[in-house]
Design a protein around this ligand. Sequence first.
Ligand code: AHR
Length: 652
Amino acid sequence: MKMISRVSVPVTSSKRMRTQRIALLVLAASTIARFCAAQAPTANLTIQLDKPAQAVSPTLYGLMTEEINYSYDGGLYAEMVRNRTFEDHGWADVGRWNIEHAGNSVATMTVDQADGPSAALEISLAITVKQADPLNPAGVRNEGYWGMAVRPNTTYKGSLYAKTDSADIGPISMALVNDNTGIPAATTSVQGLSTEWKRYEFTLTTGPVQPSADNHLLLTVGHAGKLWIDLVSLFPPTYKDRVNGNRPDLMEMMAAMHPKFLRLPGGNYLEGDQIDERFDWKNTIGPLVDRPTHRSPWNYQSSDGLGLLEFLEWSEDLHMQTVLAVYAGYSLKGDHIHPGPELTPFVQDALDEIEFATGDPSTKWGAVRAGLGHPVPFSISYVEIGNEDQFDHSGSYEGRFAQFYKAIKAKYPQLQLIATTPVHRTRPDVVDDHYYRRADEFFDDVKHYDTVDRNGPKIFVGEWATREGSPTTNMGAALGDAAWMTGMERNSDLIVMASYAPLFVNVNPGGMQWESDLIGYNAMSSYGSPSYYAQAMFGEYLGTEVPTSSQTGGGGRFFYSVTRDPAKGEVFLKLVNASSLAQPVEIDMEGASSVSSTGTLVSLSGTNDAETNTISTPTRIVPVKSTLPSTAAKFAHTVPPFSVQVIKLEAK
Ligand code: AHR
């Protein structure tokens, strides 16, 4: 038997240790007491409710999106089958697919480079079954995007293109199978295969199974023969039941941010690494079988299932404006198109794209959109010309921007055109500024826009984030974000729109290409980072007007903004305490004829900067709503350490 031996300590040394321990305890207790009692110097806020300084941009907070971190495929786009068109080779010839053989059945698979169901999908998966019988079937299985979420009593809608060398191969059995038990959660079959490519639909309906992401899709046959398959697809129920639609949980999380616009489709995803890897919108519309798919600059194949029309419908479903970014002739690895005749087809592509989105069905591209089931034009106010063109060191953006600007304004004078970096030959309506920073950098620069010339172009902060925490951001980042947002709100006469980036990350190993993201998920569930909640709070309590206000006193890490909605008689105070000390605040609302005696307090607090939410602890830091007693034209309030708070008051 193993014994634990006790070390005998001489009496003198034991006494000394006891004394030392007591001294340490006294020190710790006094530090804790000091920490608890300690406060930052009081901040005095004077708000002149009767003196509006400027209007709040009604479109201030929106969303920026692109295919990065498995945002669409393996994310928002609800498709469950990974590598459905066999373009992704992974480490093997056929990524994400494996042979499955029961008993003594024998099968092989390979990508057939010369046979596919359409001009866009020219390749397919050829499965040669040398031996199989109904009790010993053979086929292939797909692993999904880090599994497939299976829930009880749910119908999954599937489809595939298939053909065979002989109908003797029989039907294809389809099943959603648990990885750990091998037990199917749902089964069905696809009948009537022929020697011609044809599309087949099927449904898989589960019974009272345990919810789990540990599942795969299995396709098998019970006879020898050769089978080709392509565009194998399976969808769970989607947001608003859209065919080819989106994950409801992620759509609902975005809706809770109260976003006013969606900037799409990127980001670097718009540009592509090379010109022929750009977001070529004409290849992303129409039946899926006519979409060739393309490589994204984040090193994986994009299915383009979420194409231009789906982007526009996503905006529509969440009542957001679309901020449409058009490819402007520069790609990430440095290639560009010279302004002039070479650029003309790209300018025409952008005009066609705008017509596709906004033209009525009597126009060429409006008719195409109507033919795809959306006769009502989408309303667009902003078009962005390119992305981060400051990286085009050839200097061609001046000329490229001018060419796009002239052509778009000639046809659509009402559109506001956004330059991705300052240009001088043409005056853009708006310039897009990007900021990826640490929290301290945002704290130090919170007054960035206070002194910017109001006679120049408006500002779109099209990408910004405090990059602290991985895969999603932590409380320290939320504080950096909230401080920065107080500055953007105060300057929202100049800043017409702002959108955080990146929005999404699949938290599975290998899912992330860019650290510090807003919303994390796996196949089964999703969660918001502290930054997500800070933004949702700012988005919900936006207001319409910034009253004149001033601050005296307060700690160095205290930030605030104040807005109001005079029509509704509401005032919104946003208070950010990024310090470890409590922050007392004395609030004086001058010019108020009446102030409610209680307010609403929404509070997002952490214990320290590093505290965060994860996929397994998704609600450690969430906003808590309560009633704030004893409010008046003058009242005192203390903001706890590491906190973002919104106080809503009824005040006229
Ligand atoms: O948001 C991630 C990337 O950062 C975007 O694709 C790009 O525009 C920026 O550099």
